[in-house]
Design a protein around this ligand. Structure first.
Ligand SMILES: [Zn+2]
Length: 386
């Protein structure tokens, strides 16, 4: 074996055994999924049931499921879709989840609990996959739960701020889906208290049977961001690729620049999630603003074999101490496994190439793998300095 082969093997072995911190993830299916539900879960962008579920399998993600998940269910790599779905049904959801989640090699799950229909709780996820679960609270969900309990919706801002402060005691961070609700092309300065009170009263007019309508008012959403910033906890923002409820053109992270310049953001970690196809813009922001961090979760498993490109682009302008691993898996445990599997594959390929060409040392590649896979998240969210 040449010295180059030995270096690549050492890097791959290290990347394989990094106990990951998945800093943005959701629960896995709590009940048995059927083949149609699985096919629909392999498409993120279309919010309608797929006209032809078979189309979901002829994709990078579909191929990656058959390549990497099939062997964990005792099938050959690239097993047919029919064989895969039959074996899945035979094993049942809890056993599929135990096998796939366990093989992801995740030590800590930071679970967004804002959308949890049919999914395991954070502890339920950790019980199946091992490791420890932590909660990340979604601001818009907190507000939607709070509104119907208020005597005067005009008090929303004050009550919400107190509620967020309390929630900070049990959450490692906050998440906003402003991308989905109004996009980033809105006024991101702190709204005046009177404007917030008026917007809250308008929103409360839509409450029916004790349930708030979906929060999509930019004034209230932006006011909520500032409430979260005051807690100093990391603030996660969905950026880029998601389902078609969002306007992809309005979620370019460069549109967040006015917010990132605000004094209220100073010293508060801002975590840009997913980022595709804006990962280069996110990398620029990570260099421009001390607070900005990014990941390419969701992107990695949807790009399958091309996840290599996304992981490489995440390691362009951004300082390596500000790039984090996440899966953004939700639902079938295939996604939790593939987030980890494809990130490990891609990191070893990308950094291995730089070690081979002499651009990076093996020691540096090993160190950056640990930073991105684990240590950056532990430092930013848990205050663990290594
Ligand atoms: Zn997510």
């Amino acid at each position: 074996m040449t010295a180059d082969d030995r270096a690549l093997r050492a890097l791959t072995e290290h990347v394989e055994q990094v106990a990951l911190v998945d800093h943005h993830v959701h629960g896995t299916w709590a009940e048995d999924g059927d083949p149609v539900a699985l096919a629909n879960a392999l498409n993120e962008a279309d919010t309608e049931p797929l006209a032809d579920p078979a189309t979901a399998w002829d994709t990078q993600l579909g191929f990656a499921v058959r390549r990497w998940c099939a062997p964990l269910l005792d099938l050959e790599p690239h097993a047919s879709v029919a064989a895969y779905t039959a074996r899945r049904a035979e094993l049942g959801e809890p056993e599929v989840a135990r096998r796939l989640l366990g093989a992801a090699g995740v030590d800590a799950w930071f679970v967004d609990t804002g959308w949890s229909t049919g999914l395991t709780s954070p502890d339920g996820l950790a019980a199946l996959g091992g490791g420890t679960a932590y909660e990340v609270a979604r601001l818009e969900t907190l507000a939607e739960r709070l509104l119907p309990t208020l005597d005067d919706p005009g008090d929303l801002a004050e009550t919400f701020a107190a509620h967020v402060e309390e929630t900070a005691a049990t959450s490692v961070g906050f998440k906003s889906v402003i991308a989905y609700r109004c996009g980033f092309g809105v006024d991101l300065d702190p709204p005046a208290p009177r404007a917030v009170a008026e917007a809250a009263r308008r929103w409360a007019d839509g409450v029916r049977d004790g349930r708030a309508p979906r929060l999509d008012d930019p004034t209230l959403i932006v006011s909520g961001l500032y409430a979260a910033l005051r807690t100093r906890r990391p603030l996660q923002l969905h950026v880029g690729f998601g389902d078609r409820d969002l306007d992809l053109a309005a979620v370019d992270p460069l549109l967040l620049t006015p917010l990132l310049r605000r004094p209220e953001v100073r010293g508060v970690p801002v975590m840009l999630l997913h980022c595709y196809p804006y990962e280069r813009a996110a990398g620029y922001l990570a260099q421009a603003f001390a607070e900005v961090h990014l990941d390419v979760g969701l992107t990695t498993h949807f790009l399958g074999a091309r996840g290599v490109g996304a992981v490489a682009r995440s390691l362009e302008l951004a300082p390596f101490g500000k790039v984090l691993y996440s899966s953004d898996a939700a639902g079938p445990a295939e996604l939790h496994l593939l987030g980890a599997r494809l990130w490990r594959n891609a990191f070893a390929t990308v950094a291995g190439g730089w070690v081979s060409s002499g651009e990076w040392s093996l020691d540096d590649a090993v160190r950056v793998a640990s930073m991105v896979g684990r240590d950056n998240a532990r430092r930013v969210y848990l205050g663990v300095d290594l």
